[in-house]
Design a protein around this ligand. Sequence first.
Ligand SMILES: [Cu+2]
Length: 488
Amino acid sequence: MPGAGYSNTTCYRSTLQEDFTHIGVVPFTSGLINGKGHRYPDHGDEPENPVLPLETFTVKYGSSYRFRVINAGMIYAFRVSVDEHQIKLISVDGNDLKVEAAESIIVQPGERIDFILHADVVMRNYWIRAETLEGNINPGKVLGVLHYQGSTENHIPTSKRKKCSLKHRCRVINCPFGGSEPAEGSDLTNSKTGILNAHILNIKFSRYYPKKKYMDCISIADLKSTNFEIKQHPVPRIENGMDLQELFLNFHFACEIWLNKMKLPFLCFQTFPEQDGFFESCEGKNCIDNCCCTNIIKLKKNKTVQLVLYNQDILVNLFRYHFSRPRFCFSDNTLFDMPHPIHMHGHQFHVLKMAFPDYNRFTGAIESPSPDIDCDTPYCNYPTWKNKSWHGDNIPGLNLVNPPLKDTVIVPRYGYVIIRIKADNPGYWIMHCHIEIHQVEGMALVFQEGEKSDMAPVPDKFHKCGDFNWTSNTFRKFINNDINFSDF
Ligand SMILES: [Cu+2]
């Protein structure tokens, strides 16, 4: 489901999520399910060209179906649901989960989910929906059709999305925000300020959309691996303090030179460090003066590695100063205060905990960053735990028994995620934001796992940068079939 296009307007105001963070720097225009879809101008209900086909899935009453959903978009998350059907999440990023039923499941760029749908309601046509997460305007939408075999309906569905109410609340899995509504009768909000201490709720209750939306959020860290899955892939243990490497990574835009902490190129990494001009260490750079470097973090082979992924920056003034391009609007908020879907190569990681900032109970807006984190400077390049005794297993709220396994996880704005791997796969592995433009702008780093001697050798005659040195004349000959590869 690709998700965004460029605006040719002179000024684009980014739309907002429920927590008032921004959704994207370009407007959502249209999306596709399996190559089919409509464009709904101005986030309206009327398709621009209604005769275009929509993807249709035909189901048999009484049967169950496994749907595999991938968000192949570049920016936008989608909330996926099927009208008048409950869906059951059974897998994330290819790893099995204990079944979690929901009204809808949010899928971030790079994430994959599998859900089960039981075809057991009145035989007719229903909308399959993938909607963007706007809280301040009508969400963008991508539609498909669920068609019951034998149904006489052959027109487009007239079904409606479930209306969430106090009595019939909606469960939503994988919200990138914690929400603001306390459990009924809860006294966890400050009655004067209305601020909800979400970090307390993290342990005691589900998280919520803003009040009156009647939606309850299940975070990724609330999900549980199946017994079989966790037996196959147990949580890496910390036998003694020596086995642990704990790192904080703040995914942010605080650098003066945009956020360019990753110097390109960043693939075929095993061959690049040996070559002049492609490697510039970030060591010693403070990421304020000059951040155009190759950010490599060494992981010690066979250590248990615990990563605290964080999301806080102070971009607004710097960005205004350096990048006041006419296409973007600078309002009273930062443009890039977004949650980031962070993807890691080379591993499936256990998601041990997800924590959120504090929200305003009534508006849903973020009030303050997670109180668990201390920043070294306003740039927050080197965050730490506020409580210095937190370390390894000694962090409240960790699921060390049956956490979900993933390779992409959303890091909520001003919140954090704790993930864990065992560094038993030597090589160079990139970790990056799956919002494509963030990655290209440098929101990426490379883990060097083990020493080079631990890694599989580079294959014989493996091409390196500089090997391909055709002149434009040679290239022209190749295009014209005057020469071919075997001539080289
Ligand atoms: Cu990002």
